[in-house]
Design a protein around this ligand. Structure first.
Ligand code: UT7
Length: 320
């Protein structure tokens, strides 16, 4: 038993901020941002919560899939920017959708979150614990940014993407995932500091901090390896893969991966120029845009690959 994607959905907040817009409020430039990352614009939420964006994306995916909310067995929602510590954003989404039969939980694997969500969905269907699952990647990263730190805040954006997946025996799905917590400090966002009747602590909430060059080095080494691991495991010829859908962090990372895998860059679709890095949401947003543009036909072989905070990584081969 494996999985098939029935339909996808995505949502980007209305407010689009260009690099030039940012250069009016901080010491940066379109030239610096676009030459180092390929990013030209990102969407920033002024009113949508993480749940709001997830629900908007989910409604599109459910409609396309012709699946009623009550048919969902599980909702797995990947995010590092939930609305509350509890309830989970997955539970908030369940309530909005009326997915009354779903069991819901959030997954925190940063930019690999959607991949980890699909991996979990696959395990549940293999164990015959579920037939239909909604997997969501959603982020409101703008609230985790230090807007005085130009080295990070220019890179990220907000948005949601999702897929409705169904158990399907006829489909081949191959996965390679991993984590290395010893490198966690290179990309962090600390939560509440220790504070109780024994500990007096005035520290305020912290923001995303990143050692960009360390993350860059990790990505260009690990991504080709995890993609190759999936190809090897499934005895798949890389020429048979129609698209390699990578987490959208940096155009130079994607170009380097294409070079290392010796695959034409045309097979690596990108939307980071318009969305920036939306962490767990980046892969499902791109997948939905490709789907809606008619780039995917049933039977196409694709590889999705995520990497980021944790550090975490993962690749999934699936047939569309
Ligand atoms: O989802 C996964 C998460 N993250 C990533 O994938 C990020 C991976 N890393 C990267 O994409 C790159 O390392 C960055 C884009 C973050 C940085 O690129 P870089 O070529 O490694 O630049 P740098 O960090 O070496 O910075 C060079 C200079 C510094 O100035 P000095 O010290 O050389 O004078 C920075 O202060 O650029 C300066 N700088 C900026 N200048 C204008 C840093 N941020 C900015 C900015 N605008 N926004």
């Amino acid at each position: 038993m494996s999985i098939k994607i029935l339909g996808t959905g995505s949502y980007l907040p209305e407010k689009r901020i260009t690099n030039d817009d940012l250069s009016k409020v901080m010491d940066t430039s379109d030239e610096w941002i676009s030459s180092r990352t390929g990013i030209r614009a990102r969407h920033i939420s002024v009113k949508d919560t993480t749940c709001d964006m997830a629900v908007k994306a989910a409604r599109i995916a459910l409609e396309e899939s012709k699946v009623a909310p009550e048919e969902l067995d599980y909702i797995f929602l990947a995010t590092v920017s939930p609305d509350c510590a509890t309830p989970s954003t997955a539970c908030l989404v369940q309530s909005e959708l009326g997915a009354v039969n779903a069991t819901c939980m959030d997954i925190n694997a940063a930019c690999s979150g959607f991949l980890f969500g699909l991996n979990t969905a696959m395990a549940y269907t293999k164990a015959k614990m579920a037939k239909k699952i909604l997997v969501i990647g959603v982020e409101t990263l703008s609230k985790l940014m230090d807007w005085n730190d130009r080295s990070t805040c220019v890179l990220f954006g907000d948005g949601a993407g999702c897929a409705v997946v169904e158990a399907d025996e006829s489909k081949d799905v191959i996965v390679d995932v991993g984590s290395d917590g010893s490198l966690g400090k290179v990309l962090m966002c600390e939560e509440r500091p220790l504070k109780n009747f024994l500990v007096d602590n005035d520290e305020s909430m912290s923001y995303v901090s990143m050692n960009g060059s360390e993350v860059f080095r990790f990505a260009v080494k690990k991504v080709p390896k995890t993609v190759q691991a999936v190809l090897d495991q499934g005895h798949i010829d890389k020429d048979d893969i129609k698209y390699f859908v990578l987490h959208q962090a940096n155009q130079r990372i994607i170009e380097s991966v294409a070079r290392r895998l010796k695959v034409d860059l045309d097979k690596f679709p990108m939307n980071l120029d318009q969305c920036g890095n939306t962490s767990a949401a980046s892969i499902p947003i791109l997948l939905d845009q490709m789907n809606k543009e008619g780039m995917l036909e049933r039977g196409d072989k694709i590889i999705l690959c995520g990497f980021g905070g944790g550090l975490t990584w993962g690749a999934i081969y699936l047939e569309w």
